[in-house]
Design a protein around this ligand. Structure first.
Ligand code: BJW
Length: 236
């Protein structure tokens, strides 16, 4: 990283790689989440319309699974950064698990939604949800049986984009952790940051699709790289 002394405001983007060592499958690895399902069969509004049973079963299975997983040292290090960093910090996660929060981080934004909410398409209210949706339960607010997973599918607008871009405009450092750089708009944040003159750092198991855009790219497991980087930045 070029000059750490100037860093006050940080935006962090996390992806599936940050939760991989907690036992949550990534999307695009061999044997990953979509190995058994074509993405267009499960992660689009059209798929939900065409085969709601398949989509709800897929998400029920994952909602149940994440509740058995625990945060790993990468989540814990980011929670420590959140506690100790006096400047602005925003952890923008693409992940729909709650492991950042369970590790103790507060400044977290879920741009692709969360498994632990259900969204009623009749009344537009989101409710905390830990059970299943395949049995078509009624919305706790309006009583309609119109609940869907509160996750962002392809073709849908990710959440809180204005807040993310506002944070990027104020940032001194953008750090991308455990994401393949395959899915937009998140994959474009590094270029948005560069255009704004923000320093950029990637921490990923291997070179991602966007590695060449970063000022610096470090390769290895998040459970090692993230605690090392957090020690560097809080101890500077
Ligand atoms: C480790 C590790 C370890 C492993 N340690 N690292 C053409 C060009 C540009 C855009 C488009 C286009 N055609 C279509 C689009 C738009 C589309 C898109 O990007 N499509 C691509 C396929 C090209 N995007 C959208 O539709 C989005 N909406 C949108 O664009 O709205 C319009 C808009 C316009 C302008 C501004 C704003 C908006 C919506 C995208 C929604 C994505 N939803 C999903 C599913 C969520 C629900 C669910 O969970 O099922 O989100 S898709 C899936 O991919 C999920 C993830 O959040 C997302 C990203 O995946 P991620 O996290 O990067 O995981 P992987 O598996 O890909 O990578 C893991 C990485 O970790 C790897 O690199 C490993 O090496 C690494 N790793 N172990 C460290 N231990």
């Amino acid at each position: 990283m070029a000059d750490r002394s100037d860093i006050r405001n940080i935006v962090i983007l996390t992806g599936a790689g940050v939760s991989a060592e907690s036992g949550i499958d990534t999307f695009r690895a061999e044997g990953g989440l979509w190995e058994q399902h074509r993405v267009e069969d499960v992660a689009t509004p059209e798929a939900f319309e065409r085969d709601p049973e398949l989509v709800l079963r897929f998400y029920d299975m994952r909602r149940e699974a994440i509740q058995t997983k625990q945060p790993n040292p990468a989540h814990e290090a980011l929670a420590k950064l959140d506690r100790e960093w006096s400047g602005e910090l925003l952890i923008v996660t693409q992940n729909v698990d709650d492991l950042h929060e369970r590790a103790g981080a507060n400044r977290v934004l879920h741009m692709h939604g969360t498994h632990l909410n259900a969204w009623c398409t009749a009344c537009d209210i989101r409710s905390p949800w830990r059970g299943t949706l395949i049995d078509r339960p009624a919305c706790p607010d309006c009583g309609e049986k119109a609940l869907r997973p509160d996750v962002v599918w392809f073709g849908e607008m990710p959440y809180e984009m204005d807040r993310i871009f506002a944070a990027l405009r104020e940032a001194d450092l953008f750090v991308s952790i455990g994401t393949s750089g395959a899915v937009y708009p998140a994959a474009g944040f590094v270029r948005n940051a560069r255009d704004l003159g923000v320093q950029t750092l990637e921490l990923n198991l291997e070179a991602s699709q966007g590695s060449h855009w970063f000022d610096e790219s470090r390769h290895g497991p998040a459970s090692v790289l993230v605690p090392e980087w957090v020690e560097e930045i809080v101890g500077r």
